[in-house]
Design a protein around this ligand. Structure first.
Ligand SMILES: [Fe+2]
Length: 421
């Protein structure tokens, strides 16, 4: 699968996960805080023995009664019983009162008057719940001018509904269970894919380390081309990137660039480092590094690497070696590496000459466009020379003064190199 898609999917899943968590929060809040409260519940409760509600009834007891010439002072104790199966919360009671009456000796409740002068009875101490099967009691003394006996009161509150008791809350719980399962599955999949990516990363590091070790053998044989393979690999990967090849192909082009001269190991040192003109035999030995490289890399299953070693000296016009392939017959990676290879040769010192300057190189490469090089690839290479990309590569791969190799940027920092994760 394309890794970019993988990243998009990952981002999407993380966003989805966050959204789902928020949604869960809202739903839980609804279940816990709201969904378990009914809409407002009212019932009228008779105080003369009749039960006006199936669930609530009240006992009222006259505790004492004092009569003077003009007033009656009667102390009452009320008990409200909840016979239902739901608790009642946030309740209060309205009691109609005769005109000119007053109240004293209040216990367990607070009293207020509403706009009709009715008594509003509210529990104190936040003791707001009348539990199912339970009761609350309170009392006060009512002072009136005439004989008076309360006959009914109005109870108002919110009945709690046990979680899961309504269809909506059942649906919410089912949804939460499903989402929980999906979330756990997602996390497990994420952990798995993370450990898979870690393994892939380690594998790629080992591949690169092995290749670099092998390249150091070639470098040791031919110090004049020290760092050549790495530079070519980086130029080639950048060309592939600018050509918008898929990321795994950019990676493979990088490998192909690293190993394109693997066959050089078969060239005798005397020939490789000989200054001056080569005999035909020596020239044939040098040219043979393509075939030798192709043979050496036969067992490597990374796509395009063997073909690149074999064909990177083919020319677009068919006049190259070893097989004289032309145009698109030459594998794409070999065409890319061919241009990168020539650029690096021109921009480095060799036994027999100093490097060319920037303008000379551009001129040489453009001269080769369509005959030595694939013209579409030349365009990218010239761009990379003009925009200075090649200098970044040279700086990053330069040797230090004590001769040690300075390619110390991490492989994943190599510009244009896709590491496959
Ligand atoms: Fe070569």
């Amino acid at each position: 699968m394309n890794i970019r898609l993988d990243k998009t999917a990952n981002t999407f899943l993380i966003l989805f996960s966050v959204l789902a968590m928020l949604l869960t929060g809202v739903l839980v809040e609804r279940i816990v805080m709201r969904n378990n409260l009914s809409s407002i519940y009212r019932c009228r409760i008779g105080l003369n023995g009749s039960r006006l509600s199936d669930e609530f009834y009240a006992n009222v007891k006259k505790v004492s009664s004092v009569r003077t010439a003009n007033t009656y002072a009667t102390q009452y104790e009320f008990v409200i019983n909840n016979l239902g199966t739901n608790d009642l919360e946030n309740w209060n009671i309205f009691l109609a009162m005769p005109r000119g009456s007053s109240v004293t000796d209040v216990w367990n409740v607070e009293l207020a008057r509403d706009d009709r002068e009715d008594l509003v009875i509210t529990p104190v101490n936040y003791n707001m719940t009348i539990s199912a099967g339970g009761s609350v009691s309170f009392g006060f003394t009512i002072h009136t001018r005439r004989a008076y006996m309360p006959s009914a009161l109005m109870l108002r509150g919110f009945k709690t509904v046990p979680p899961g008791a309504t269809t909506a809350s059942r649906l919410i719980i089912v949804f939460l269970i499903i989402w929980g399962a999906v979330f756990v599955g997602f996390m497990v999949a994420r952990l798995n894919s993370r450990s898979y990516r870690e393994k892939q990363k380690t594998d790629i590091k080992i591949i690169l380390q092995s290749m670099n070790t092998f390249i150091s053998f070639i470098d040791a044989k031919d110090p004049y081309t020290r760092g050549h393979s790495r530079r070519v690999a980086m130029y080639a990967a950048e060309i592939a990137k600018r050509m918008h090849l898929p990321e795994n192909e950019i990676q493979n082009v990088y490998y192909a660039g690293l190993l394109h001269d693997a066959g050089k190991i078969s060239i005798p040192d005397t020939v490789l480092n000989k200054p001056g003109k080569l005999t035909d035999e020596e020239m044939a030995a040098i040219r043979n590094h393509t075939v030798a490289g192709g043979n050496m890399l036969k067992q490597l299953s990374i796509p395009g690497v063997r073909e690149t070693a074999l064909y990177h000296h083919e020319r677009y016009d068919g006049l190259g070696y070893p097989e004289g392939l032309r145009g698109d017959e030459i594998p794409l990676y070999a065409r890319i590496v061919g241009v990168a290879d020539s650029y690096d040769a021109m921009s480095s010192n060799r036994v027999y000459r100093r490097h060319l300057n920037k303008d000379e190189i551009i001129e040489e490469i453009q001269k080769g466009s369509g005959n030595q090089f694939d013209p579409t690839i030349v365009v990218y290479m010239v761009d990379m020379i003009n925009d200075g990309y090649v200098n970044v590569v040279k700086m990053e791969t330069a040797d230090s003064e004590d001769g040690s190799d300075r390619l110390h940027l991490r492989e994943e920092d190599i510009p244009g190199l896709y590491m496959g994760f």
